[in-house]
Design a protein around this ligand. Structure first.
Ligand SMILES: *[C@@H]1O[C@H](CO)[C@@H](O)[C@H](O)[C@H]1NC(C)=O
Length: 465
């Protein structure tokens, strides 16, 4: 029999494993904060590369992370003296190759330091090999999917899509527009919308193989948590609930586990919005990591210049350097370009009328809870599928595609979403309904709150249910 813990020692030790690329780790930390605040007697070790943890814990505002979440470094998988070829997916491949071994090692270190074995592994769903580690420890595996229900459903049905459409090394050869409606909630989806790694893309890449392996492992998880709410995708939720044990909608995190209020607005976005007319400004952002392809960026800039609308464009310096010459000066009276903006606060501001986005999942949810229609310019991953849902399923925005027609496409889209147009009105009405569903989901008796309690129980009890 083990003696009862001395006072101050944690009751349990939970591992949280993040995927250190793109915007994956931030929502996982948000969820962990909420869980850790509700379970102060449980220690959460947050496994992630030092590089990603440094950014994450700094932007979280240091002291505002509960004491029972402790970051722990994981090797990034880059061999010593390694020379990068410059491909953006290379670091991902290296991390995944070494991932299982690196995590095992880091987990052992942390168990040693804390003097307590891990009783549950909460991980980014991408880290499928954590299913093996959890099984060896007899601990539940609780993957977190940071995208939407539709992309998760797509990956879980990879083999079904492959049996229908084949595996297309050479692209879809004109089949892009064929219906991919074999699963619930997908009546508007076409095969060209499916994320790469299912029937298109380099299926032998480490990333594609990771996704396929993940789809195979997820049904073995004790629970699968997702940053969404049931009312957004009811049919897909039913389908996933049948395929997975404890499929749990515990979002939107922007309402359920809001980031600590930041006063940071160092580029003066909010005062600038104050000076603008209500519902007049188009907010443009492609997230903190993605830089749009140069043609897209230029087409968009030309459209904003020609449209005469007021806009606030948040883009990193890298992207700013690719703007047409003199753009900032010529549009200075009604446009503002900043390297960073407090997105959620901006979207909530009454002056903002529309959001031009790449269609990343976090941005979509933030737009929904703020009731702002979107113009979606997807680049890759799940963004193309998200765009389809925005335009054809939820009808809360429009997609713009094709770099050649970017300028005209954007000008049309701006006309449609701005206040005053019939289509824009309908979108705002649809948004109002979704926003209300989101708000209900996070109430004390709401579905996301209920599902969060189930998640808490599984994670802190640390037993297979
Ligand atoms: C998740 O929430 C839904 C809606 O309230 C509920 O039907 C379902 O039983 C919940 N699942 C779990 C495991 O809590």
């Amino acid at each position: 029999m083990t003696p009862p813990p001395t006072s101050g020692a944690p009751r349990r030790h939970v591992a949280v494993c993040a995927f250190p690329f793109a915007t994956h780790a931030a929502p996982v930390l948000l969820l962990t904060r909420r869980i850790a605040s509700a379970a102060p007697d449980v220690r959460f070790t947050f496994f992630n590369t030092d590089k990603s943890n440094a950014v994450l814990f700094k932007s979280a505002g240091g002291g505002s992370v509960p004491d029972n979440i402790v970051p722990h470094g994981v090797h990034d998988g880059v061999p010593e003296g390694y020379e990068f070829s410059g491909s953006p997916v290379e670091p991902v491949g290296l991390f995944l190759k070494a991932g299982e071994e690196s995590l095992r090692k880091s987990i052992e270190e942390a168990e040693e330091q804390v003097g307590m074995k891990i009783s549950c592994l909460v991980t980014d769903a991408f880290l499928w090999f954590c299913q093996k580690i959890a099984a060896e420890k007899g601990a539940p595996w609780v993957p977190v999917w940071t995208g939407g229900a539709s992309s998760l459903a797509s990956h879980l049905h990879t083999d079904l899509f492959r049996s229908k459409f084949g595996v297309q090394d050479e692209g879809l050869q004109g089949r892009d527009n064929e219906a991919a409606d074999m699963i619930p909630g997908f009546s508007a989806v076409r095969v060209g919308d499916l994320p790469a790694g299912i029937v298109t893309g380099d299926l032998r890449s480490p990333f594609s193989q990771m996704l396929h392996e993940m789809a195979f492992r997820l049904p073995k998880a004790a629970a699968v948590a997702i940053n969404s709410f049931e009312g957004l995708d009811p049919d897909i939720t039913r389908c996933l609930s049948a395929k997975l044990r404890n499929f749990l909608n515990v979002g939107p995190f922007a309402l359920m586990s809001p980031p600590p209020a930041t006063k940071s607005d160092k580029h003066g976005c909010l005062p600038w919005l104050e000076s603008q007319a209500p519902a007049s400004v188009t907010y443009v952002s492609f997230g903190s990591v993605a830089t749009p392809p140069p043609d897209m960026l230029v087409g968009l800039a030309e459209a904003l210049e020609a449209s005469k609308v007021a806009f606030l464009w948040s883009m990193n310096d890298n992207a700013q350097a690719k703007l047409p010459k003199g753009f900032v000066e010529r549009t200075g009276g009604r446009g503002k370009v900043v390297p960073w903006a407090p997105q959620l606060a901006l979207l909530a501001h009454p002056s903002v009328a529309a959001f031009v986005t790449h269609g990343g999942w976090n941005s979509i949810l933030e737009s929904i809870v703020s009731g702002v229609p979107m113009i979606c310019l997807p680049f890759f991953g799940d963004q193309i599928l998200n765009r389809r849902f925005i335009e054809c399923v939820w009808r809360i925005g429009i997609g713009v595609e094709g770099e050649v027609f970017m300028k005209t496409g954007m000008l049309n889209a701006l006309k449609k979403v701005m206040v005053g147009s019939e289509e824009g009105k309908k979108m705002r009405e649809n948004l109002r309904v979704l926003k209300q569903l989101a708000q209900e989901a996070v109430k004390a008796d709401g579905s996301s709150t209920q599902n969060f309690s189930s998640l808490m129980e599984i994670i802190t009890a640390g037993k297979e249910s």
